[in-house]
Design a binder for this molecule. Structure first.
Ligand SMILES: C[S@@+](CC[C@H](N)C(=O)[O-])C[C@H]1O[C@@H](n2cnc3c(N)ncnc32)[C@H](O)[C@@H]1O
Length: 284
């Protein structure tokens, strides 16, 4: 089956390239009817599972609230307010003929974004800034304001209406529940019918490598406790992480599978390299 649903945002650490091995593992759990993803990000794995309609319930969480509000807003289609804002923002940017003027527009929209509390226009700006900003990066300063630099793109494509319609249709068939918060306290119910895909910010490969999603911190100890809870409930899990001695040692009691991915490893965007990553799982 060719996947038609694509992530709505470009997200650092996105798993579009690793769908095949991850979906292969998920599909080895035939009696599971609950899919959970506590570090949703761009949601490449969730969207491909949603399209396959393999689960009755999906529980999706991320600490990034504007990101989760985006999924909730797209689910509201045919309410078209978000789609209308996106098509205006796209036209406004693409029609400008010089990169200098596009840059001014980008920073003006970023200021507006940071001045708004919430709402559909903020969600539209979130998508615009993701697509026109640097490399799918989400970064906040200490005051929680988005400070991603301009991405120097000539054009942006902000919304594929076919994807939005399909997403809205599929999320009404498969019950998808979106929450915002730290994965260890997000209240996702775990039962023996759950498959949990965990894709946390990666452990650093080196000091120069780049793992930044928000001002929130994430803890490996909490992740280990969460995985113990999943195993205790006789549920299945798949964890993605970087290939480091610490990760291998921490999860040595589980199946560890090496997979190859091409990643930006430095914040300057010039370090795109093929690297080995790990899938760690209790699926046999
Ligand atoms: C590697 S990305 C997930 C990428 C995703 N699998 C994809 O395909 O785009 C990690 C995500 O974890 C989220 N995150 C970071 N710390 C978190 C925490 N403590 N609890 C929940 N989510 C967290 C980040 O906001 C980010 O979206």
């Amino acid at each position: 089956m060719v996947t038609k649903l694509k992530p709505f945002v470009k997200w650092a650490g996105g798993k579009s390239q690793l769908l095949e091995p991850i979906n292969y593992l998920i599909e080895k759990c035939p009696h599971s009817n609950r899919y959970s993803e506590p570090f949703l990000g761009g949601g490449a794995v969730y969207l491909s599972q949603l399209e396959k309609q393999s689960f009755q319930f999906c529980y999706l969480n991320d600490v990034n609230s504007p990101l989760i509000r985006m999924y909730q807003a797209f689910r509201e289609y045919p309410n078209t307010t978000l789609v209308d804002y996106l098509s205006d923002l796209e036209a406004q940017y693409n029609i400008i003929d010089t990169l200098d003027r596009k840059e001014k527009l980008y920073y003006a929209h970023r200021d507006t974004y940071n001045s708004l509390d919430a709402g559909t226009y903020k969600t539209a700006l979130f998508i615009f800034l993701n697509k026109a900003g640097f490399n799918g990066l989400y970064r906040e300063n200490k005051r929680g304001q988005l400070n991603v630099p301009f991405g120097k793109r000539k054009t942006v494509s902000l919304c594929n209406l076919d994807h939005v319609k399909l997403f809205s249709e599929l999320t009404s068939k498969t019950k998808s529940l979106f929450t915002v918060g730290d994965f260890s306290r997000c209240g996702i119910p775990i039962t023996s019918e759950s498959v949990v895909y965990l894709d946390p910010p990666y452990e650093k490969l080196s000091e120069a490598s780049f793992v930044s999603y928000s001002s929130q911190r994430y803890s490996l100890e909490n992740l280990v406790s969460f995985i113990q809870l999943i195993c205790h409930k006789k549920a299945y899990f798949i964890l993605s992480n970087s290939d480091t001695p610490e990760v291998r040692e921490t999860f040595k009691d589980f199946n560890i599978i090496e997979v190859g991915a091409s990643r930006n490893i430095n914040s300057d965007g010039e370090g795109r390299k093929k690297i080995t990553e790990l899938l760690i799982t209790n699926i046999k």
